[in-house]
Design a protein around this ligand. Structure first.
Ligand SMILES: NC(=O)c1ccc[n+]([C@@H]2O[C@H](COP(=O)([O-])OP(=O)(O)OC[C@H]3O[C@@H](n4cnc5c(N)ncnc54)[C@H](OP(=O)(O)O)[C@@H]3O)[C@@H](O)[C@H]2O)c1
Length: 227
């Protein structure tokens, strides 16, 4: 078991499905978890510095951040409006940029930032052009940030989940769930805790020489031949 006692971790979007699993796994590892629950706690595009500063003021330090908050609307590209495009890119890319910049001012050597990207950053799905582009850019943001913050001992990585189960998904989207289960070598959807486990690892000293990396957590689905 990884021991994160004494560490303070900020998780954005912790009121959502995956954010709850990430928070739970950090708590299991003994970390103090500051949960940014969602927009009611502050929009990341405008409130990033306040959210980070409040976490530090409350607990006296900050050791890790997980940029998990994001949106995933399905909007076919031919009819997509500029406002729809901007909304997704602003939330999924500009938000983590702003949180990273604010958090890095407080992180010391050994500090860690993890963005939740997606396998759609490399394997786009229909209706998700804005989403896939935002996640691909987020993966590249992490690599660029790893380059610039590395000399300060701060690591920046991404976790790219595949399809993660949420309550009701089998009733709402039976065709998609069945297709996923048939395609994934491990034969199941992910759980929020599967994603949390990867985040805990990347924030821990076990990952102390890992930065600028995209850790795919997808039950093997992207290992399939594509032709
Ligand atoms: N679910 C999947 O299968 C899957 C797969 C790959 C990657 N991901 C990624 O994993 C992350 C979490 O996804 P999820 O499925 O857990 O989604 P979710 O249940 O919808 O949770 C998203 C969270 O982000 C918050 N949020 C959205 N926009 C925000 C903004 N502008 N400012 C502040 N908070 C905001 C939401 O708050 P509100 O309650 O205020 O909306 C909510 O707490 C996302 O980045 C998503 O792209 C998900």
């Amino acid at each position: 078991m990884i021991d994160l006692r004494g560490r303070v971790v900020l998780v954005t979007g912790a009121g959502g499905t995956i954010g709850a699993g990430i928070s739970a796994r950090f708590a299991d590892a003994g970390a103090v978890v500051v949960r940014h629950l969602g927009r009611a706690d502050g929009d990341l595009r405008t409130d990033a510095a306040r959210i980070v500063d409040e976490a530090v003021a409350r607990h006296g330090r900050l050791d890790a951040v997980v940029n998990n908050a994001g949106v995933q609307p399905v909007e076919p590209l031919p009819d997509m409006t500029i406002e729809q495009w901007r909304s997704v890119v602003d939330t999924n890319l500009t938000g983590p940029f702003a949180v990273t910049q604010a958090a890095a001012r407080h992180l010391g050597r050994g500090g860690s930032i993890t963005h939740i990207a997606s396998i759609e950053g490399s394997h786009p799905a229909p209706g998700h052009a804005h989403y896939a582009a935002s996640k691909a850019a987020l993966i590249m943001h992490a690599r660029a940030a790893a380059l610039e913050y590395g000399p300060r001992g701060i690591r920046v990585n991404t976790v790219s989940p595949g399809l993660v189960a949420r309550p009701g998904i089998e009733e709402q989207w039976p065709e998609g769930v069945a297709r996923w289960q048939a395609a994934a070598p491990l034969g199941r959807l992910g759980t929020p805790e599967d994603i949390g486990n990867a985040c805990v690892f990347l924030a821990s000293d076990l990952a102390s020489w890992i930065t600028g990396h995209d850790l795919v957590v997808d039950g093997g689905v992207t290992a399939r031949p594509t032709w």
